[in-house]
Design a protein around this ligand. Structure first.
Ligand code: AMP
Length: 178
């Protein structure tokens, strides 16, 4: 028997909130119970790529580290390649880098200079949209390579942090909102 597709509410019910992790005041969204459930994991990818047919994008770009889990699975379902955007210092070949603001200080993400062909069509994926700084920096790297972002998809969106404000040039989709 083929299991029915999960709803976004079922997926939300499998995401656990851990208070004060990794530091006081953060309500950390723990996706590991969702990943451990085959039906919910697969269904979350279907919802993440809803409306995007295989062949429409050339590559799914995932953001270090939990974004990789969803982006790699989406790439396989979409018959597309997978491209990692990593934290600075992790990629072995020549990179472009983009710095962005954190609550305290800055962080830098990087991509290989030859990761995407100019003109290639990209779905950018991360697990969670909070303030939008990470995704905006990742999107800037994709643009630097001359590729086109068709959509940015997040499993989770913390709407009270208004991250979409930093991503106004792109179509944004999220599966579960808080
Ligand atoms: P931001 O740049 O503020 O949009 O933060 C997004 C990145 O930080 C994502 O890659 C998330 O994995 C991580 N992140 C931020 N806030 C949370 C949270 N409450 N729970 C889990 N991950 C988070």
């Amino acid at each position: 028997m083929i299991a029915s597709s999960p709803t976004a509410d079922e997926i939300a019910a499998a995401i656990r909130t851990i208070p004060d992790f990794p530091k006081a005041g953060i309500q950390f969204k723990d996706i590991t119970p969702l990943l451990a459930d085959a039906r919910l994991f697969s269904g979350s990818i279907d919802l993440l790529i809803d409306g995007i047919k295989p062949g429409l994008v050339d590559a799914v770009v995932g953001i270090d580290a939990r974004g990789f889990i969803f982006a790699a699975a989406a790439a396989i379902k979409l018959d597309a390649g997978f491209i990692p955007i990593r934290k600075k210092g992790k990629l072995p070949y020549q990179t472009h880098e983009e710095e962005y603001e954190l609550e305290y200080g800055t962080a830098t993400v990087a991509v290989h200079v030859d990761a995407l062909k100019p003109g290639s069509r990209v779905l950018l994926v991360d697990d969670l949209l909070a303030t939008g700084g990470t995704a905006a920096a990742a999107a800037a790297l994709v643009q630097k390579l001359g590729a086109t972002i068709l959509q940015i998809s997040f499993l989770i969106e913390l709407t009270f942090l208004s991250g979409r404000g930093k991503l106004q040039n792109y179509p944004i989709k999220s599966v579960v909102q808080y």
